[in-house]
Design a protein around this ligand. Structure first.
Ligand SMILES: Nc1ncnc2c1ncn2[C@@H]1O[C@H](COP(=O)(O)OP(=O)(O)OP(=O)(O)O)[C@@H](O)[C@H]1O
Ligand SMILES: [Mg+2]
Length: 156
């Protein structure tokens, strides 16, 4: 069964192992992608701790796609596609932008806590820390794509 919106199907299975969520570029809608990835990861057997990591990473990637990739354009879409092949769970977050111009260096968390550095600039750091593998600026039909991978072996 597919869930539809005025923009067409919002959630659909591309095949038995691949689910795609097509989101409007609206803050708050990243929660739909978080919940879908979490449900899918739970069904295929990931432990709750890894599922929370996944939700955080998906949220940060979607917010970046909406804010930086699509630059807040209300007619743009964010497409989140997830696949489990029996060993690895991969999530791709696509936006209509040009990709990240320069990957940021790891932030100094102490300085941020002490407010010596601005509180922003944590998203990519978190994604890298939480996921087993991350690829930036991949080309897709939609434009720019961030791909992240969780390995099943680490959760057991
Ligand atoms: N999808 C994207 N398209 C284009 N640029 C991006 C994208 N994602 C991230 N960036 C760039 O990388 C920078 C770092 O992203 P990151 O998520 O680490 O920090 P932030 O979004 O600026 O702040 P925070 O995530 O802490 O709210 C962004 O400021 C932006 O310039
Ligand atoms: Mg961010």
């Amino acid at each position: 069964m597919n869930v539809t919106s005025d923009q067409g199907e919002m959630i659909r299975f591309l095949d038995e192992q691949t689910l795609e969520v097509n989101l409007p570029n609206k803050l708050g809608y990243e929660r739909i992608a978080m919940d879908c990835t979490a449900s899918f990861a739970r069904i295929v057997g990931f432990v709750p701790e890894r599922i929370s990591d996944l939700k955080t990473a998906v949220a940060e990637a979607c917010l970046n796609a909406m804010e930086h990739g699509n630059r807040g354009r209300s007619d743009a879409r964010v497409i989140v596609s997830m696949n489990f092949d029996g060993q690895t769970f991969s999530v791709s977050v696509m936006d209509e932008g040009e990709g990240i111009v320069e990957l940021p260096e790891d932030p100094d968390i102490e300085k941020k806590i002490e407010r010596l550095e601005p509180p922003r600039g944590l998203g990519i750091f978190l994604i890298r820390r939480l996921m087993d593998h991350v690829e930036f600026n991949k080309l897709s039909d939609q434009g720019n794509m961030l791909r992240m991978v969780l390995k099943m072996s680490r959760s057991h």
